[in-house]
Design a protein around this ligand. Structure first.
Ligand code: PGA
Length: 259
């Protein structure tokens, strides 16, 4: 597990299923080169499963960390097609995204599964989980956002025991802002992060939240709108999809939020 760097800001690239193995490795090399003198905060890249080991090799002697886009809730067994926390660690991952809204939508992943996945990652102890939450368009329109966020957090986190310096990252990703080009107003993101922080305080107590949690934002972030998210209290970093597919664009986003 990474050392205690909870005060560091973090920027996470989610390449989704957007790149082939070959394309992933080309972009990984470009990223390594682009970030070679970059020392601030934490930069994480999440390629597809196939590309993890090769990307890890490319990232040797670089400050860029590796993360997975998904993880399963058991360590070993007859679970065709799944990949466990231990296997991801073996492949060189230090982070694992859990419960991305695209998995909730297409694979019907629910918060019971997300809870199991989080437990497995914490039991393994060598990965930092990035747990995704966020309301959809309808829920936002009907003023349910605060309830949805609180409910998702309770479902994912209730009964979770956080030991020592284990870090957990919560990614607030409003579904209506993901891949849509619609950007949230920074003030709205700030408000949602406050709700998340208060809910975490209720579940774990303020000290644990301060020591072990970070809350990051994701949804149509790019080099043009990132400035609005810099220096906002309770926004500890960003999860970036589309804008992470180009090394120059991603570098600009990282530089803005991490410097
Ligand atoms: P986007 O994706 O930046 O393309 O909206 C963010 C995400 O899905 O994590």
């Amino acid at each position: 597990m990474k050392n205690k760097i909870i005060n560091n800001k973090i920027v996470v690239a989610n390449w989704k299923m957007r790149l082939s193995l070959k394309e992933s490795l080309i972009l990984a090399k470009k990223m390594k080169n682009k970030f070679k003198n970059f020392k601030s905060g934490e930069v994480v890249i999440c390629p597809n499963f196939l590309s993890l080991c090769h990307t890890k090799n490319i990232m040797e002697n670089s400050s860029i960390n590796l993360g997975s886009q998904n993880v399963f809730w058991e360590e070993k067994g007859s679970y065709t097609g799944e990949v466990s926390p231990g296997m991801l660690v073996e492949a060189g991952c230090e982070y694992a995204i859990i419960g991305h809204s695209e998995r909730r939508k297409y694979i019907l992943e629910n918060y019971e599964m997300i809870h199991q996945k989080l437990k497995a990652v914490l039991n393994n102890g060598k990965l930092v989980p990035i747990v995704c939450i966020g309301e959809n368009t309808e829920e936002r329109k009907t003023d349910q956002r605060d309830f949805i966020l609180t409910d998702q957090l309770y479902q994912a986190l209730s009964g979770i025991n956080i030991v020592g310096e284990q870090q957990i990252i919560i990614a607030y990703e409003p579904i209506w802002a993901i891949g849509s080009g619609i950007t949230i107003e920074p003030a709205e993101a700030k408000y949602a992060h406050k709700i998340i922080k208060l809910t975490l305080n209720d579940i774990f107590g303020m000290q644990v939240v301060k020591d072990n949690f970070r809350i990051i934002y994701g949804g149509s972030i790019n080099s043009r709108n990132v400035k609005g998210f810099v220096n906002i209290e309770d926004i500890d970093g960003l999860l970036v999809g589309g804008a992470s597919l180009d090394e120059d664009e991603f570098y600009k986003v990282a530089k803005a939020i991490l410097k």
